[in-house]
Design a protein around this ligand. Sequence first.
Ligand code: MG
Ligand code: MG
Length: 259
Amino acid sequence: MIEILSRTELGRAKEAGALVANILHALKGRATVGTNLLDIDRWAKSMILEAGAVSCYVDYAPSFGRGPFGHYICTGVNDAVLHGLPTDYELADGDLLTLDLAVVKDGIAADSAISFIVGESKPPESVAMIEATERALRAGIAAARPGARIGDLSYAIGSVLSEAGYPVNTEFGGHGIGSTMHQDPHVPNMGRPGRGYKLRPGLLLALEPWVMADTAQLVTDADGWTLRSATGCRTAHSEHTIAITNDGAEILTLPTLVS
Ligand code: MG
Ligand code: MG
């Protein structure tokens, strides 16, 4: 299903997007050396509930998981890149942490992910990987406008990731979003320009380039959720929810509160 939002719904989408971004920004500020991933999950829970929003994750039970996710945020450390189930782990200096959050506020969902390095050490390969996903995300957003096709966005994203030297996995990528978190169209992180669904104003997309340093192959933890690089290499992931507007695209998941 592909949803086209009304002007009123778009207003709600902006509120949902700002909420997701503000929560991620606050959690990034609190995620320091020694922070437990389960505490990050608890903080996310209280911020979501306090805002009167609904988690997209707690009861999420797609075919690939082992029952409902049961947590409020995805936390991926180092080789964990997607669907990271929060565990009883304390962050160490130099860890590469990915936080991925989606909520529904007043009936509309927003979805965003950030990767960053915890503590003082800044391993250059990790910094480069994070920057590549952020650059690819910006390229995908720049290609998004009415009349553009999904393949144009995929090509823009994939070109940046490939030129930066990373293998690209096309099993998991971006997606339409609206009254629910995951909708059509799928937005692979690699594609051919001029192909696929033609974008229209009012369409919401979550674009999410992610990479693993030296492989495109994933392995799944015994919990059925956390996806890691098959080689144990580090990984990074950047995601924004955007709205297609009359003349381009607007990023909905930028923080509006400075804390
Ligand atoms: Mg996400
Ligand atoms: Mg997403």
